[in-house]
Ligand binder design. Structure first.
Ligand code: SR1
Ligand code: MG
Length: 399
């Protein structure tokens, strides 16, 4: 193990030569830094033909999009690699492959996915991947079931809860999802024109009670080893294929948080499409998003129930009907967490191109208002929305 230092492009090439496990390491000659997320350095490692062969990803000791004034734990790189290794054990088809990792250097080497595209980028241009939502639901069913008390022996599960305690990254989520958007806070960003809507969120006592309940569940419910940040920018897609990446927010938390984040990002795209595409394409895209939401939930819930019927290890949790009862509570959590994702991505610190990428200002404001009202509706109506078809009917009613 080496002492932590930030890799240069040349250092990343050397590192990949040593540790990627390639048969022809000397063919690696160049590196391209392509990190466009909020946090890390990401190098594509190229061979003599200019073909990307592996990815070297290194955590920086601060939030990249802010700078050194916002320091951040390097332990997130260990958590990310170990989360992806565990998720890869239970769902290799839909988890990026980790070839090597080094906690001291906060580095991992991953398989190259250059023949895939980031799902968010495809959603922005109206490119439809008809299998993606179902595949993401299958991934979440596999990894959440197998890391939960339904499957893990209780002592091993508790050891994993300790191993995946991720306090600094969780604090980011706790602050950005559940606290800052509902307060006056310097990290919030939104156009002045939205101030009346934002002030109304702050003043809404019932909404703030519901947010308190969601934050409390996020803080306290160690149900499964979550991905922790499964938005459409953490998912690579290709024709008939899907891979989850970027699990540095991984921790033991409520399953509905991953489901809510995933559905929330489909709905952010639903809200933004009228500003991103021409009328007819936007309408088609919106129907596809609603279909995606339906397939994502059904693939997750049906997959989870099938696994529970076949593989529940705990005799009490195997009581007939219990897995279905548990899923009801995951469903209601999902709706609430989904609403918080819509709101925080619209007025909080970290925005998404589905809304901010809309060039025409009046249209952008309309789409942002839609995301806020849909988010609030989901949080408030969560206990009364019985299933995914009722959800889709409510989304249509909301505009
Ligand atoms: C400071 S990190 C901001 C956001 O980027 C990540 O992708 C997470 O979604 C986080 O909330
Ligand atoms: Mg990320």
């Amino acid at each position: 193990m080496s002492e932590y230092h930030t890799l240069t492009a040349a250092g990343a090439v050397d590192y990949a030569r040593q540790y990627a496990g390639l048969a022809d390491p000397q063919s690696l000659v160049d590196a391209l830094e392509v990190g466009d997320g909020n946090l890390n350095l990401v190098f594509k490692i190229l061979d003599r033909q200019g073909i990307s062969r592996v990815i070297v990803k290194q955590a920086l000791p601060y939030v990249r999009c802010v700078g050194e004034s916002w320091p951040l734990t390097l332990d997130r790189a260990r958590i990310e690699a170990e989360t992806l290794l565990i998720h890869g054990r239970y769902c290799p088809r839909h988890t990026v492959r980790i070839l090597h990792h080094d906690p001291a250097l906060a580095v991992m080497i991953q398989e190259d996915l250059s023949d895939h595209a980031i799902w968010r980028c495809e959603l922005l241009t109206g490119t439809y991947y008809p299998h993606a939502a179902r595949q993401l639901g299958e991934y979440l069913a596999q990894v959440l079931f197998h890391t939960s008390d339904f499957y893990q022996p209780p002592q091993r599960k508790k050891a994993d809860v300790a191993r995946f305690t991720n306090p600094e990254m969780c604090q980011i989520t706790e602050d950005l999802f559940f606290t800052e958007p509902y307060r006056i806070h310097e990290r919030n960003t939104y156009p002045t024109a939205l101030e009346p809507e934002v002030a109304a969120l702050r003043a809404d006592g019932q909404l703030n009670l519901a947010i308190a309940g969601l934050k409390h569940r996020f803080l306290s419910q160690a149900e499964a080893l979550l991905h922790g940040d499964i938005h459409s920018g953490s998912v690579f897609v290709a024709d008939g294929r899907l891979k989850a990446i970027d699990a540095e927010f991984g921790f033991y938390g409520p399953m509905g948080f991953d489901m809510g984040t995933a559905i929330g990002n489909l709905l952010l795209n639903y809200c933004g499409l009228p500003g991103l595409l021409a009328l007819r394409e936007a309408a088609t895209g919106r129907e596809q998003r609603l279909q995606d939401v339906r397939e994502l939930w059904l693939a997750f819930s049906e997959g989870f129930l099938a696994l529970a019927a076949e593989k529940t290890a705990d005799a009490t949790l195997a009581t007939p009907g219990y897995a279905r009862l548990f899923l009801h509570h995951v469903w209601h959590d999902t709706l609430g967490f989904c609403g918080t994702e819509l709101i925080r991505r619209t007025i909080g610190f970290a925005h998404v191109a589905d809304l901010d990428g809309i060039s025409e200002e009046a249209m952008r404001l309309d789409c942002q208002r839609h995301a806020l009202s849909l988010g609030k509706m989901l949080i408030m109506a969560a206990p009364h929305i019985g299933d995914v078809d009722a959800l889709i009917a409510r989304i249509r009613q909301n505009g």
